[in-house]
Write a protein that binds this ligand. Structure first.
Ligand SMILES: [Zn+2]
Length: 141
């Protein structure tokens, strides 16, 4: 649709109150795609550098642990709503990750793989069930 004043093509600008505006009549500079990509990339690089700068102010391990925990809470709300995943096993992954991150002095003798990792999580899920049972038991006394 052309501009009623100058006949130029109208453009859509996200967040603008007008449905479409004339770049010429409104003094808006339109750039070619390669320059637009370059500007966008520069903006992303700058924003990422700000994020990295902010993240580096945290205690790394604690931040990671909290990120995992937040992911867990988010996942719980999803699971509660849809009932798709096996909840105790799913929760065990994150709890185990969090606990492992708190440990030190690993020997490194066993390389984690699909099988032994799943076996470990299955065992840990049982432990969590025992722990849950224990807490319920404590609450009743
Ligand atoms: Zn115009």
């Amino acid at each position: 649709m052309p501009c009623k004043i100058c006949g130029n093509k109208l453009v859509f600008i996200e967040g603008c109150s007008e449905p479409s505006v004339c770049p010429k009549c409104n003094g808006i500079r339109i750039v070619e795609r390669p320059l637009a990509v370059e500007i966008s990339k520069s903006r992303l690089d700058y924003l990422y550098s700000l994020i990295v700068e902010a993240v580096k102010q945290f205690n790394k391990n604690r931040l990671i642990a909290f990120l995992i925990w937040e992911r867990e809470k988010f996942s719980r709300s999803f699971i509660d709503e849809y009932q798709i995943l096996e909840i105790p096993k799913f929760l065990s992954y994150s709890i185990l990750i969090k606990r492992i991150m708190c440990e030190s002095s690993f020997s490194g003798e066993i390389a984690a793989n699909h099988q032994n990792t799943n076996e470990l999580v299955e065992l840990f899920a049982k432990y969590i069930q025992f722990l849950t049972d224990h807490r319920h038991l404590e609450e009743k006394t």
